[in-house]
Ligand binder design. Structure first.
Ligand code: AMP
Length: 535
C-alpha cells in the first residue's frame, strides 16, 4: 500500500482518538490557556485553509516568531498542511541576524506574538515579509499589522487541502551557530514522522498517551527536539510554558499539570535542581518524572542530584541537522554488572544511536576502535539527517563523499558502542602534537567545591602550538591555581593541566544556551604571549 508519511494523519489521529486531551499554554500574564486536540485539529485546518486562500504556494516559507504555546503548535501543523514550510525564527538571536536569516530563507509571511513586537520592530525594516499576522494575548497592541484571528476568519468553509507527499518540505530551522553563521536545515514530512516514531520507542523516551509532556526547549530550537510532534502523534497532554522559563514557574507547571516528561538544556535543569534542593517538599511532582537533557552535556553530579529527588535525567545528543535526535543514554543489559560510580559515568555519556540512526567514528586512519579511548569525529546517516544546507552549496563538504554528515563532534566509543563526546573538532586543544579534551577538563573542574561553571579553551602558545586555559565562574573564596592543579593532577597528566585559570563573572553563551567558546578564544588569544590586557 502506498501510504505517505506526512503530518496530516498524525494530527487527525490526535483529533479523533484524543479529542479531550488538553494542550495547556502559559500566557504572558501567567494565566493558563487550555484547548484540546479536537480544537487543535479544527484550528489547524482553518489556518491551512486561510494560508492557501492568502496565496501561499507549495514549498513557500511561513516564519514564526513565538514562544511555546498552542498557537505555535497550530503553525507547526497548519503551515505544512497547507503545503508550506514552517520556519521558526530564534527570538534570542541578534535582530540583524534575524533579518538576514528571514531573507535567506525567503520567508513570505510571519506569525508573531504580540509580546515580541518590540523585537520585530528592531529588524522588520530589513526583512522582506509580505504580510505579518499578530497573535494577540492582550499584553501589547499594534495597529500596524494584521490580526492572526482575522486571518483564520478568511478560511473558506471546508476548502480542500493539498495532497501531500512525504518528501515535501514541512519545517525549517537555522542552526544556533556555535561555529560560524547560522545555516538553514529543511525537514521533510517523512523525516518528522519517522523522528517522532523513534522518540516514542520504549528504549528512546518512551512517549505515550499516559504522558504529560512539557517542552521547555523552545519551539524555535530544532523543533523543540521534536516533542510537540511526538506528543501529538501519541495523544499525550502538552504543557507549553510560554515566555516563563524560570525554575519556579516550571516546577509550578510540573506540579499543576502533573508533567511526566519535560525537556531542556542543562542550564534549565541546573536552576530547577537548585530550587528543589532548596525546598525539596514544596512541589508534589508526578511520580516517575523524567527530564530529557541535551544540547550540551550535563555534569554527572546533576544526574546524581536529580536521582536524590527521584527524578530521572535522561541524556540525549543530537543537532539541528539531525532533527535533532541522534543518540540516547540508557543503561542496557549489554553493559553487564557495574558499580554505582560506573553506572553514573555511563549515564553522563551521550549513549547509543537511536533506531535507524547510523553513526561511525572516523579519524585520519579510518574508523576508530571501540576502546573508549581513541578519539574520532562522529559522522551520521539516517532518515532524518539533512543532506544539505538550504541554499548554501558552498558548504557541501559538511557531508562526506559517501554521504555521511560530519557532525564536528569528537567522541570515543566504548566496547558496547556508547558514544562519549570529548569535544567539538574546533574546540580540541593540540599541545605539542597531542590532543587534550577540553570537555574532560571542564567536567573535572566543576567537581571542585565552589566552582559553578568552567570553559577550557585552546590558547596559542609559541612553543606548544596550543595550551589549555580554564575560564571559571566560582563562588568566593576563589581557589588558588595550585589547589586546582593538585585536584586535577589525580586524573590528568601534568602536560594536560591548564596553563592558567581565569576567573570571570559569567561565561558567554549562544542564543540556545551553549558555551560560546569562540568568543573566549578571541578574547584570550594573546593570553599566553603576555600581550593580553584585561582593560
Ligand atoms: P544545535 O544544532 O544548535 O542543536 O547544536 C548541536 C551541537 O550541540 C552538537 O553538535 C553538539 O556539539 C552539541 N550537543 C548537543 N547535544 C549534546 C550533548 N548531549 N552533549 C554534548 N554536546 C551536545
Amino acid at each position: 500500500m502506498d501510504f505517505q508519511l506526512t503530518l496530516a494523519p498524525m494530527l487527525e489521529r490526535a483529533g479523533t482518538l484524543y479529542p479531550r486531551v488538553e494542550i495547556v499554554s502559559r500566557r504572558p500574564d501567567r494565566s493558563l490557556h487550555r484547548c484540546t486536540y479536537l480544537d487543535l485539529a479544527l484550528r489547524v485546518r482553518t489556518l491551512a485553509g486561510a494560508l492557501i486562500a492568502a496565496g501561499l504556494q507549495r514549498g513557500e516559507r511561513v516564519a514564526t516568531l513565538m514562544w511555546n504555546h498552542s498557537v505555535h503548535l497550530e503553525a507547526y501543523f497548519g503551515v505544512p498542511l497547507a503545503g508550506g514550510v514552517v520556519h521558526t525564527l530564534n527570538l534570542r538571536l541578534p535582530p540583524q541576524q534575524l533579518a538576514v536569516i528571514a531573507n535567506h530563507a525567503g520567508d513570505r509571511f510571519l506569525i508573531v506574538d504580540d509580546v515580541l513586537l518590540p523585537l520585530l520592530e528592531t529588524f522588520i525594516r530589513d526583512a522582506r515579509f509580505e504580510r505579518v499576522f499578530v497573535h494577540r494575548s492582550g499584553q501589547a497592541s499594534s495597529d500596524h499589522y494584521e490580526d492572526y484571528e482575522a486571518l483564520l476568519k478568511t478560511a473558506p468553509d471546508d476548502g480542500p487541502l493539498p495532497q501531500l507527499n512525504e518528501n515535501d518540505a514541512a519545517a525549517m530551522c537555522y542552526t544556533s551557530g556555535t561555529t560560524g553563521d547560522p545555516k538553514g536545515v529543511v525537514y521533510s514530512h517523512r523525516a518528522l514522522v519517522l523522528h517522532s516514531l523513534a522518540l516514542a520507542m520504549a528504549d528512546c523516551f518512551g512517549v505515550s498517551h499516559h504522558d504529560s509532556v512539557l517542552p521547555v526547549v523552545p519551539m524555535f530550537h530544532a523543533n523543540a527536539w521534536g516533542f510537540p510532534y511526538v506528543a501529538t502523534l501519541v495523544g499525550a497532554k502538552q504543557v507549553l510554558p510560554g515566555p516563563h522559563l524560570d525554575a519556579e514557574n516550571l516546577l509550578d507547571l510540573c506540579e499543576r499539570e502533573q508533567v511526566t516528561l519535560a525537556t531542556g538544556v542543562p542550564t534549565v535543569w541546573m536552576a530547577v535542581c537548585a530550587a528543589l534542593d532548596k525546598s525539596p517538599r514544596r512541589w508534589r511532582l508526578a511520580p516517575g518524572l523524567r527530564l530529557a537533557v541535551g544540547g550540551s552535556a550535563p555534569a554527572e553530579s546533576l544526574i546524581r542530584r536529580f536521582d536524590a529527588h527521584n527524578i530521572r535525567l535522561i541524556h540525549a545528543w543530537g543537532m539541528t541537522e539531525s532533527t535533532p535526535i541522534a543518540s540516547i543514554c540508557h543503561l542496557s543489559p549489554s553493559l553487564g554488572e557495574m558499580s554505582e560510580d560506573e553506572r553514573y559515568a555511563i549515564r553522563a555519556m551521550q549513549g547509543t544511536p537511536v533506531a535507524f540512526m547510523e553513526a561511525r567514528v572516523m579519524s585520519q586512519g579510518g574508523a576508530v576502535p571501540w576502546d573508549g579511548k581513541t578519539m574520532g569525529e562522529v559522522q551520521l546517516r539516517g532518515p532524518w539527517v539533512a543532506a544539505s544546507y538550504f541554499n548554501l552549496p558552498e558548504l557541501r563538504d559538511k557531508w562526506t563523499e559517501d554521504g555521511w554528515l560530519r557532525t564536528g563532534d569528537v567522541v570515543t566509543v566504548n566496547e558496547q558502542g556508547y558514544l562519549r563526546i570529548v569535544d567539538r573538532t574546533k574546540d580540541l586543544i593540540k599541545s605539542g602534537g597531542e590532543w587534550i579534551s577540553s570537555v574532560d577538563l571542564e567536567n573535572a573542574i566543576v567537581g571542585y567545591a565552589g566552582i559553578r561553571e568552567a570553559a577550557v579553551i585552546a590558547v596559542p602558545h609559541p612553543q606548544w602550538d596550543e595550551r589549555p586555559v580554564a575560564v571559571i565562574v566560582a563562588n568566593e573564596p576563589k581557589p588558588k591555581p595550585e589547589e586546582l592543579n593538585e585536584f586535577l593532577a589525580k586524573r590528568f597528566a601534568k602536560w594536560q593541566l591548564p596553563d592558567a585559570y581565569i576567573f570571570v563573572e559569567e561565561l558567554p553563551r549562544t542564543s540556545t544556551g551553549k558555551l560560546l567558546k569562540s568568543a573566549l578564544r578571541d578574547r584570550y588569544r594573546d593570553y599566553l604571549n603576555g600581550r593580553f590586557s584585561t582593560a
